[in-house]
Design a protein around this ligand. Sequence first.
Ligand code: BGC
Length: 417
Amino acid sequence: MLRKLLIGTALATSFAFSAHAADVKEVQMLHWWTSGGEAAALNVLKQDLAKEGYAWKDVPVAGGGGDAAMTALKAMVAAGNYPTASQMLGYTVLDYAAAGVMGDLTETAKKEGWDKSVPAALQKFSVYDGKWVAAPVNVHSVNWLWINKAVMDKIGGTEPKTFDDFVALLDKAKAAGVIPLALGGQNWQEATMFDSVVLSTGGPEFYKKAMNDLDEESLKSDTMKKSFDNLAKLVKYVDPNFSGRDWNLATAMVIKGDALVQVMGDWAKGEFHAANKTPGTDFLCYRFPGTDGSVIYNSDMFGMFNVPEDRKAAQVALATATLSKSFQSAFNVVKGSVPARTDVPDTDFDACGKKGIADLKKANEGGTLFGSLAQGYGAPPAVANAYKDVVSKFVHGQIKTSDEAVTELVKAIDDAK
Ligand code: BGC
């Protein structure tokens, strides 16, 4: 990949020499925000940029988690056709930066004081070799339950505090004839849920060792086996049609009351928001049982490419708009995420958003803020893909036991490293 990317760099540089007309008043953005809630959030940005005279050139590549988008991006970059920016997750930003194809937003960052307002956990991925190469858009968190309130009332359920409580709650839904767990059987959704299962099963220290440090003893431990056993318990509560289902369709099952709960990142809340649903009245957001106090995060970043000179002004406008306080509030209220700056008031956020902001602050201060392995913040993409693959094979019965699962996991991660 690196060689291909460098060929791309050469091409882009030659563009830079040949095109010196007036600034191009257009932002070209590659992203995977194609669900209702995501599109609504993206509109906030489009409108902000339109006010400044920038046209929006959309490059949407559907597929939650962004795997398809990242394949498309790779092809564009290899062809020297850099978008102004691309939605990216953590380690992917660092990969492109290492390949030398990213731009340098440091001047803008200094002027805007990003080093003071953006949390260190995000700067680790948006700054490479001392240069700002990406603008963080938000902080998402994956260890959440999204519950239909009317269904919860109907089955007489209460907030599950432990994994066993959760299983008991799912049993109640089953007994009432409701689909207990809404899941989309795609590897990234299964692995995103498994992140939470591991944290709940092993606790914060274990999560960090296994999922961020990739410590082999932890990866093959009995605790990891138990995590797979717990995952198997949850999978018993999904409906027979779950294979291949998109995440937002699983969210829609909960919104409609066809299912009790979805375990998903807080982009799911964007769907509730788009459907005009209110937390506490229509739906409930709880931390995944047994993970309260910890936050497993990911952050959407706009990776900024080394575009030709006449496209740099648009890039600066995009980056400045993205990290402005007003945008950080308006966008994240709609997206379901929380601001990527620590100085944005929570006034406009709903109860789940306020909880998300408070939880993030607490976890950040208490050392219980961990990168999501499924969502590109635990390890580089090759390792994350290996993880997603093993988890998915387990969910779909190609890996049959938790013993086999940990053996395969250790092997796959080793090969990917
Ligand atoms: C992104 C979210 C997005 C979700 C589903 C995640 O990887 O961080 O912004 O909403 O995928 O598409």
